[in-house]
Design a protein. Sequence first.
Length: 336
Amino acid sequence: MTVTTYPADYSSAFGDAIFVVRGVSADADKGAQVQILSASSTTPLGTKYFFNTSLIRVNVASYARAYLKIEPPTIAGLQTLPKRAVALRVGADGTYSASRYVALGADTLSQGVLLSDVAQRRLSPGEVDEITFIPPSGDVWIHITATDSKRKSYTWRTLPCVASGGMVSYVADFDSMALQAQSEGGLVPEEIVKFKAEVLFGALTAFTVTYEVVPNPQGVRLAWVNRYGAVDCYTFPVESKNRIRVQRHTENTARGSEITEGNAWWEQTLSAGLCNRNEAECLATIATAPNVWRWSGGKWEPCIVLSTDVTTHNCDEPCAVNITLRGADNLNTQTL
């Protein structure tokens, strides 16, 4: 088997991730057999059969989709994300190709950059956020700087993550960072106004993410899957409507009309307040995101976006982005 063309690294699992091979021996009944495998195993994920062709095109995208999974950020700190990208290869006649990564981005992903379109980042006590990227092989570090209202600052470095392929994430946890700034730098958590996360590949700075600290105990924080197959987070400061919707099923019986089944769920309408056009367009993608979660009670809860359209601009003036969502599960109800 000879591979003539490889897919681009970090090709989209929703598009084409095609290995082109030739020179595969063919069986009279089963044709030419090409196996699809992960980079770390010789057990096939699947086998494809080809007849009457010497140049074989093997699209492995669907095999990646079965393996990959995106979950919202939970554990604070720097970590690899093995379920965000998978290295696949093909094999035939006892030989194997080199591997290529496939990810859940809408398009092929770039390495060494922030996988997000959220430009203005804010963080409040009790909240977390995700900084996701694809680093080159080697050590990855994060330099964190906390600054208070008196311009006093403290900087520290995370433990390194040794990258060897795939996505890496730094989960910025306000409470953990504020505690470290307090215990080692003497800063008062209530007076911290800014966090800066500097991402380094080895000794070189790749990019920097800055968080404005905005205490907002009444805000509702959402997380959603963005177009890069990473997770974006945003706190909507205004909850304009919160209600319980009820659905009842009745039947006519000998005793009259009776409720035989009832369902109930919560619905919320959130407003981002006035946003510039870039920020509004980024938030509008929540309406089309494949997965959305709401931060509630110290954990992420899956939810469903009910909004079918989102206004992102009005004659180039600032606008308020509104999102209506409901719980993915029904509330507990009683049926008599």
